[in-house]
Design a protein around this ligand. Structure first.
Ligand code: ADP
Ligand code: MG
Length: 613
C-alpha cells in the first residue's frame, strides 16, 4: 500500500489537505517533522498514515488521557490495530497491552507522557521496534504556551534513552514564534520538515455581539440551534454552573465541565457530550484540548477569553468536519476586568522564578489587548485573526459579523423612476443640472433655504421619499450611477440622465439593487451544508442520520465515529446504489464500507424506491 491507498482505504478520503502530504513524505523518508496546523486542520492523519506504512510501531504522545480511548476506538473502527497506555487501564489490561505490543500486534499506540518512563513500559521499550514518535499538542512542552505540562519534558529523556532514535514528529496548532522555537529546541528536532499551513477556516462564521443581557442573547442563539451540538465557554467555574443551570431550566440537554468537578463526573459529562446524549457543553477552558468531536456546530463564548490564541483554539473546535459552523463571542466590558483578574491571579507556576513570572504576566496583558481589539474592531473579524497569526488575507471575507454578508436583492424600479424623474424635472425647471445632494434633499422634502429659494418645493417629485433616510437615497443615486442611468458631469459635479434612463422612465425597465438585510431579532439559523441539500436529499440525510444513530448505539460509540455529518451529506447527494459507488463517498474507507455499506445501501435503496414508486 502507498499513502494514497491508506488514506482512501482506512480513512475514506480521496485527497490530502494542505500540508499533510509534505509531512507524511518527510516522515516516510526518515526526517523529523514539525506540523503547525489550525485546530481541525487534520494533524492526526499526518501521523496515522505513516504509522500504517512504517515497519515498526508508532507511539503517539498526547496529553489528555481521557480522550485516548475515543481516539483508539475511532482508529479501530477504521480497521487500524491501535491501543493506549495510561493510568485508566487496570493492571491486567496493561499487561495485555504490553504483551500484544511486544508481539507486534499494534501499529499505533497512544501513550500518556507520564507513562513513558514508567515501570512496565520502560522495561519493554527495548523489546519493541519504534519507527516513529509523534508528539501531539506539542506546545505543551513550552512554558510560553497556554498549556505547559511539565510531564512533556520527559519525552526528551525518553527519546535519549532509546538505543535507536526513532523519527520524531511534533504537531501543534499554536503559531507564536516563541512556542515554535521552544518545541524545536526542547524536543531536539533534527532539521525537521516544517509545515505551517494556512490558519484560515473558511467554514467558520465569526461574530462578536455586545448584548444588554448575555443570558437572553444566549437563549436567543440557542433557540435557533436546538438540535445542534455546541459548546458554551465561560470564564469561571461559577459562571459555568450558572449558565448550565439556566440552560437546564430552559429545557436544553446541557452538561458542564470545569476543573472543580470530580474526575469521574468530568469524564461522564464529556462522554455525554461526545455521544450526543447531551447537546450543549458549558465549560471553562479546561474543556476541549484534543476533543475531536467533528459535529460541533457552534462555539459560543459567554465571556471573552484571555488571548486570541485561546479564542481561536476554542472557537476552532466548531465545524471540524468542514460543514458550516458559528463562532460567536458575547462581549461586555466586564469581561476585560475578569480577564485581567485571572491574569493577575493565575496559579503560580512554581517552575518559574520571579522575573520570569513577571515576563509572563506582561505577555499575557499584551495578548489580552489584542483580544479586546478583536471584540471592538469594525473590520473583518477573520482578517483580524489571520493578521494576528501573521497570515495574509483578503480585506473582506464575506463570512463574519463585520463583513456585510447578508445581502438581499430588492426591486427599486419605483424608487429609480422617482429619482430619475426628479433629476429631469429639476433641470427642466432651472435650466441647468444640480448635484446629487440637492436631488436627495428634494426627494426627502427638505426645507433647506436654497431649495426653497429655487422653488423646488412645488415640483411633483418633492417629498416623495419623506420616510427614507438621506443615506439610503444617496445609496440609490450612487447605484443608479453605477448602473449607467445617471452620470456625474465632472466639471460642475452635477448629476445628469443618460440615454439608458429613458428605458426606466418610459418603458418600465426593472431596476434591482443588492443591499444589506435589515437585522431581524435573530439571524436565520446557520446554513449547515445539510440545509444546502435539495429538499429530497435533506430527507434522505435524515434517514441516513437515524440509521447512523442506530448503528452507533449498537456499537456503543459516538455517532460521528460511524460517519461524520460531512460524510452523510455527501452520501445523501451521491445516493450510491452499489458498493463501488458507496466507496466514492468522501469519508468512506474500505473497513467502514465493509461494516456499514450494506445497511446504508439498503436504506438508500428503499428511500429511492419510495420516491420513485
Ligand atoms: P487536528 O489538526 O485539530 O488534530 P484532526 O486530525 O482531528 O484535526 O482532523 C479534523 C477533521 O478533519 C477530522 O474529522 C478528520 O477526519 C478530517 N480530515 C483530516 N484529513 C482529511 C482529509 N485529507 N480529507 C478530508 N477530511 C480530513
Ligand atoms: Mg488533534
Amino acid at each position: 500500500m502507498d499513502k494514497y491507498e491508506v488514506l482512501q482505504r482506512c480513512f475514506g478520503y480521496s485527497s490530502f489537505r494542505a500540508g499533510q502530504e509534505e509531512l507524511i513524505d518527510g516522515i516516510l523518508s526518515g526526517r523529523d517533522v514539525f506540523g503547525i496546523m489550525p485546530t481541525g486542520g487534520g494533524k492526526s492523519i499526518c501521523y496515522q498514515v505513516p504509522a500504517l506504512l512504517l515497519p515498526g510501531i508508532t507511539l503517539v504522545v498526547s496529553p489528555l488521557i481521557s480522550l485516548m480511548r475515543d481516539q483508539v476506538m475511532a482508529l479501530r473502527s477504521a480497521g487500524v490495530p491501535a491501543a493506549y497506555i495510561n493510568s485508566t487501564l487496570s493492571g491486567s489490561q496493561m499487561q495485555t497491552v504490553y504483551r500484544n505490543l511486544v508481539a507486534g500486534k499494534y501499529k499505533i499506540v497512544y501513550v500518556a507522557p507520564e507513562r513513558l518512563d514508567y515501570g512496565g513500559f520502560g522495561s519493554i521499550v527495548e523489546r519493541i521496534d519504534i519507527s516513529f514518535l509523534a508528539v501531539d499538542e506539542a506546545h505543551c512542552i513550552s512554558q510560553w504556551g497556554q498549556d505547559f505540562r511539565p510531564s512533556y519534558l520527559r519525552i526528551v529523556q525518553f527519546i535519549d534513552s532509546l538505543s535507536v532514535r526513532p523519527v520524531v514528529g511534533a504537531f501543534t496548532a499554536t503559531a507564536t514564534d516563541q512556542v515554535r522555537e521552544d518545541v524545536e529546541r526542547i524536543l531536539k528536532l533534527r532539521s525537521p520538515v516544517r509545515m505551517v499551513t494556512g490558519f484560515d477556516r473558511p467554514n467558520l462564521y465569526f461574530e462578536v455581539r455586545k448584548p444588554q443581557s448575555k443570558d437572553a442573547e444566549l437563549i436567543r442563539l440557542l433557540t435557533s440551534r436546538r438540535s445542534k451540538s455546541g459548546i458554551v465557554y465561560c470564564a469561571t467555574r461559577k459562571k459555568v454552573e450558572e449558565v448550565c443551570q439556566l440552560l437546564l431550566d430552559r429545557g436544553y440537554a446541557a452538561t458542564r465541565y470545569h476543573a472543580g468537578l470530580e474526575e469521574e463526573e468530568r469524564t461522564e459529562n464529556q462522554e455525554d457530550f461526545l455521544y450526543d446524549r447531551k447537546t450543549v457543553m458549558v465549560a471553562t477552558n479546561a474543556f476541549g484540548m484534543g476533543i475531536d468531536k467533528s459535529n460541533v456546530s457552534f462555539v459560543i463564548h459567554y465571556n471573552m477569553p484571555k488571548s486570541i490564541e485561546a479564542y481561536y483554539q476554542e472557537a476552532g473546535r466548531a465545524g471540524r468536519d468542514g460543514t458550516d459552523a458559528d463562532c460567536i463571542l458575547l462581549f461586555s466590558t466586564n469581561d476585560v476586568r475578569t480577564a485581567r483578574f485571572l491574569i493577575d491571579n493565575s496559579s503560580d507556576n512554581e517552575e518559574l522564578d520571579e522575573a520570569q513570572r513577571e515576563a509572563v504576566r506582561q505577555q499575557d496583558l499584551r495578548r489580552l489587548d489584542s483580544m479586546v481589539g478583536y471584540c471592538k474592531t469594525g473590520d473583518c473579524l477573520r482578517g483580524f485573526l489571520l493578521e494576528y497569526f501573521g497570515q495574509k488575507h483578503v480585506a473582506v471575507c464575506g463570512n463574519c459579523g463585520s463583513c456585510q454578508t447578508d445581502l438581499e436583492t430588492v426591486d427599486i424600479t419605483r424608487e429609480a423612476q422617482m429619482i430619475l424623474s426628479c433629476v429631469r424635472r429639476v433641470s427642466d425647471r432651472l435650466g441647468y443640472y444640480v448635484g446629487p445632494a440637492m436631488i436627495a434633499r428634494v426627494m426627502q422634502g427638505s426645507r433647506e433655504k436654497r431649495l426653497l429659494e429655487l422653488g423646488l418645493d412645488d415640483l411633483s417629485t418633492y417629498g416623495l421619499m419623506k420616510t427614507m433616510g438621506r443615506t439610503a437615497i444617496r445609496g440609490m443615486i450612487d447605484h443608479l450611477e453605477a448602473e449607467g442611468y445617471l452620470f456625474t458631469e465632472q466639471e460642475h459635479q452635477t448629476l445628469r440622465l443618460t440615454e439608458k434612463a429613458g428605458q426606466v422612465l418610459f418603458h418600465g425597465q426593472q431596476v434591482t439593487m443588492r443591499r444589506k438585510v435589515e437585522k431581524e431579532e435573530e439571524k436565520a439559523p446557520t446554513v449547515v451544508s445539510v440545509q444546502k441539500l435539495d429538499p429530497q436529499d435533506a430527507d434522505l440525510f435524515e434517514v441516513l442520520r437515524s440509521l447512523r444513530g442506530e448503528l452507533a448505539r449498537e456499537a456503543q460509540m459516538p455517532a460521528y465515529m460511524v460517519f461524520s455529518n460531512a460524510t452523510l451529506t455527501d452520501m445523501a447527494r451521491k445516493k450510491p446504489r452499489t458498493m463501488s459507488e458507496f466507496w466514492k463517498v468522501s469519508g468512506v474507507g474500505e473497513i467502514k464500507a465493509n461494516w456499514y455499506g450494506r445497511q446504508f445501501l439498503e436504506r438508500i435503496g428503499s428511500f429511492l424506491a419510495e420516491q420513485e414508486g
